[in-house]
Design a protein around this ligand. Sequence first.
Ligand code: ATP
Ligand code: MG
Length: 318
Amino acid sequence: MILGIETSCDETAAAVVTWDGEIRSNVVASQAELHARFGGVVPEIASRRHLELVSPVVREALEQAGVALGEVERVAVTQGPGLVGALLVGLAAAKGVAWGWALPLVPVDHLHGHVASLFLQPDPVEPPFLCLLASGGHTLLLDVRGHAAFRVLGATLDDAAGEAFDKGARLLGLGYPGGAAIDRLAREGDAEAFEFPVAAVPGLDFSFSGVKTALLYAVRDLDAAELEARRADLAASYQRAIVRALVERTRAAARRTGAERIAIVGGVAANSALRAALPEAKAAPLALCTDNAAMIASAARYVEPASDPLRLDAYAVA
Ligand SMILES: Nc1ncnc2c1ncn2[C@@H]1O[C@H](COP(=O)(O)OP(=O)(O)OP(=O)(O)O)[C@@H](O)[C@H]1O
Ligand SMILES: [Mg+2]
């Protein structure tokens, strides 16, 4: 039994996962509503809320799994990348549990965690495969060679895909977080109504700052009534441009590496247009796309425990 704890951004999460990847519980307390009125995550507010939530969320995960702390064999915690203040709350909680129960503590990289969402039951994906990781803070193409071994083939040069969704949603007045809202609204719109650009970046990298600016100009050109009437078309066209960029680069990477399998993970992998546009890809289950602790516990199966756990520190950048 592995107890996972994740507090890198605005979800306080804990989960219990078995060694063969069965999810016994997966509790996620989202703070999204708390941050919505600021239009994004406020780090200090996130840290304070994690502090209030982390103990009850861990307790809830153990209770739902029907597992006592005495039965847990290792504690896994996100060490980074993320908001340092937020990470430190999870790290301190994990140190406390590990120290108190004399358990090994495994530091997990959050991005490794997203990839490890694919290694869970009931339908685990076995490496090697090509992985598109598209989340709120990252957009990466990874050559995944083993359960804890991957090479970066490409990355975004500016905004992450999820960030582009969130900023686009803000321009369209859809609130925060915006990816899911654009996804929903786009179903009612015409994806070819507006021509938004796909950045011509060399190699396997991405760029999403141009498409965001193009949306800004399109919105600026419309008066309030026109914007209201065309909001769904804008959402659908904007989403189409982001999805095209992701799909084209992912397929190019697959050709270049000769990968036989493609997988997609991270919050943006929940996007219905992306999932439809890459039918050959294995997508992480919806509940495991956005931040959760089951993926952190999953990754911890393939990482050595820290030799000096109380000295572990958080890191902000990958
Ligand atoms: N259906 C969807 N369509 C598009 N984007 C979505 C959808 N659902 C969630 N997202 C986006 O996913 C992002 C959140 O994903 P995730 O929780 O993996 O990111 P994060 O943890 O904030 O960033 P990182 O993992 O890079 O640290 C947000 O940007 C959100 O808008
Ligand atoms: Mg994440």
